[in-house]
Write a protein of this length. Structure first.
Length: 128
């Protein structure tokens, strides 16, 4: 399961969980350690996640996400894809702004997430 860092409850309104903060590193660890995958498997990943703007309650927020971590994790995932013969990696998402899942350049990270993918592809997933 995801390594949950914190849970807050909104008891007066009866809405349940306001926010679940989950570890970016723990979720990537699960993605990278998933077993029983072969050439028919499409591997998947994400750069970040925060659906609190859309859901307001019962939302999930990743903690610890950064372009630098994405770079390292994506290289490892690319190596895994190559090792099992997976034809592609599916990335969530190009511009899902309301859920904090976007690769599109922004003021905070610039092109860092896209550069991470380019660097991983050019290095074939090999760390420098």
């Amino acid at each position: 399961m995801i390594d949950f860092v914190n849970r807050k409850f909104l008891l007066p309104r009866g809405k349940g969980i306001v926010m679940t903060k989950a570890s970016y590193d723990a979720l990537w660890d699960r993605i990278l350690k998933r077993e029983n995958q072969d050439s028919s498997t499409f591997l998947g990943c994400f750069c970040d996640w925060d659906n609190s703007p859309r859901k307001s309650y019962n939302s999930i927020i990743m903690q610890g996400a950064s372009a630098q971590k994405f770079n390292a994790y994506f290289k490892r995932l690319l190596r895994k894809a190559q090792n099992i013969g997976s034809p592609m990696i599916v990335i969530n998402a190009w511009n899902e702004w309301a859920e904090g899942a976007y690769l599109e350049p922004d003021e905070k990270n610039g092109y860092a997430f896209l550069e991470a993918i380019k660097e991983a592809k050019e290095s074939r997933g090999i760390e420098k």
